[in-house]
Write a protein of this length. Structure first.
Length: 304
């Protein structure tokens, strides 16, 4: 019975502990000797992380909780110290004195109303192309030309032009050196059926000799064909028909050019087997020696 009473007295014995936050002394049983705070409020305060800073205006130290400041450096201890660092400015419209933050030092108006009123005053500008004076509604307007016509003319660069022959209609037209120069108009571009401009250089002369342009036969069509004399004339592009292997072997069109070379051989063999005379010319040779090509064709026509 005495032992039981002694054990009960030991359980009710309490020890003194000092709170680590407020410094208040409190008692607790020995089993809770590792307790450090007198209340739940002090425990929560100890768990909240904060950062200490010094005010750049008054020099007073202050704390900022991490959840409010995200760990970034604070400069002012109060709104009063923050306002004391604002910059004085004069409104360009109403001449009123107003304050802005250092980050807003480029602000020139005290309010949106003054900004709009200032913008409604038109400003004079000189056209960059024609030199005429014109008005703009806002001072920040970036227009430098007085009209759309001057805008188009002012932005066109001085470009070098050259003369080419239209691939579809054979008409001469001027274009810049930056343009490929195959078609004189969009209509010719849409109506093109694979005829090259060099091919058209022979058209008038060969038609007078009895040739038909784009004559079709069993396995394809020939550029020019004379059914009476059985003469076929082909004008092959040096790139698309693979004249020089080094020009096309490593391009994306290599598979197509390989098929074109095989097709040329098959066409020639088929026509010769049917009793036709096949004449093939490279486009660069026709362009440089048009008269010689026509003389060769004329000679073959007379021999047949």
């Amino acid at each position: 019975m005495l032992c039981k009473a002694g054990s009960m007295r030991r359980k009710t014995e309490r020890v003194k502990i000092i709170c680590q936050i407020c410094g208040k002394e409190f008692e607790d049983i020995p089993s809770n000797y590792d307790r450090k705070f007198c209340s739940w409020g002090c425990k929560v305060t100890a768990q909240i992380k904060s950062f200490e800073y010094v005010c750049v205006v008054c020099g007073k130290p202050f704390k900022i909780f991490e959840r409010y400041n995200n760990g970034n450096g604070a400069k002012f201890c109060s709104q009063k110290c923050r306002s004391s660092q604002k910059i004085k400015k004069i409104c360009k419209q109403c001449n009123k004195l107003f304050m802005v933050k250092p980050s807003q030092s480029s602000q020139n108006f005290c309010s949106r109303k003054c900004q709009v009123e200032n913008g409604n005053v038109k400003r004079k500008r000189v056209c960059k192309y024609c030199g005429n004076v014109f008005m703009v509604d806002f001072p920040n307007d970036k227009h430098v030309f007085c009209s759309m016509v001057c805008t188009g003319k002012g932005r066109i660069k001085n470009e070098i032009h050259k003369i080419s022959i239209c691939t579809t209609c054979g008409k001469e037209f001027a274009h810049t050196v930056y343009d490929v120069g195959r078609y004189c108009s969009k209509k010719c571009y849409l109506s093109n059926n694979g005829v090259s401009g060099v091919e058209l250089m022979l058209k008038d002369s060969l038609i007078n000799l009895g040739f038909e342009h784009q004559l079709k036969y069993k396995i394809g069509h020939m550029d020019y064909g004379n059914e009476e004399k059985k003469i076929a004339v082909f004008v092959d592009g040096r790139f698309w028909h693979g004249k020089n292997d080094g020009e096309w072997e490593h391009t994306k069109m290599a598979p197509s050019i390989k098929r074109a070379k095989v097709r040329d051989v098959e066409q020639t063999a088929y026509l010769e087997s049917c009793g036709w005379t096949v004449l093939r010319y490279w486009d660069d040779y026709v362009r440089a020696n048009t008269d010689e090509c026509l003389s060769d064709i004329l000679k073959v026509v007379h021999d047949r």
